[in-house]
Structures are given as C-alpha cells and as structure tokens.
Write a protein that binds this ligand. Structure first.
Ligand SMILES: [Ca+2]
Length: 93
C-alpha cells in the first residue's frame, strides 16, 4: 500500500468520501485516528480504484494537519491499483 499527504493527491468529484468510516491508532502514538474511505476515488489515472484518508488524533481532537492518503500503487507488482477496486469500500479499526 502506498501513502502520501492527501493534499498532494489529485481528487475527483464523486469519490464518495465518507462512504466508510473507522477508528484506530494507526500511527502507534496512543491516540485514536479516524479513517475515511473514498472508494470511487481516482488513483494515478485509474478510475474507481479508491483510497482511504487517515486523520490523526491529537490531544485537542482529530486534525487534518498531517493527514495521509492510503491507496494501492499504480503499476508494479500486485496488489496494484485497478479500475473498480473500490479500495476503502469498507474500513475498520
Ligand atoms: Ca494515533
């Protein structure tokens, strides 16, 4: 799985951001983080490959500062992104 700052990633209308929502401590800092699926997001030109946004928890609550976008990489060895993957259709934690 690839990760990058979500502000660097091209987004599409109708990505269905918020289709799925979960929580867990994904960076191991002891605070809960929120994961939000966008299963119809476009990844590297691949339609409907999907992505997951991770918003980190802080002592003041959840923040978009330093948020990440997780997605399957385009090209290379599987599991690479493919049209219709809908990565992020379901998330949990
Ligand atoms: Ca955390």
């Amino acid at each position: 799985m690839a990760r990058r700052a979500s502000t660097e990633f091209p987004r599409v209308v109708y990505a269905s951001f918020g289709w799925s929502v979960g929580a867990g401590d994904f960076d191991g800092d002891g605070r809960s983080d929120v994961v939000v699926g966008a299963p119809w997001d476009r990844v590297g030109g691949v339609a409907n490959a999907g992505a997951v946004n991770v918003l980190h928890g802080t002592s003041a609550g959840v923040t978009a500062s330093g948020d990440q976008l997780w997605y399957r990489p385009v090209g290379g060895a599987p599991p690479s992104a493919a049209a219709g993957d809908w990565f992020g259709f379901a998330v949990g934690g």
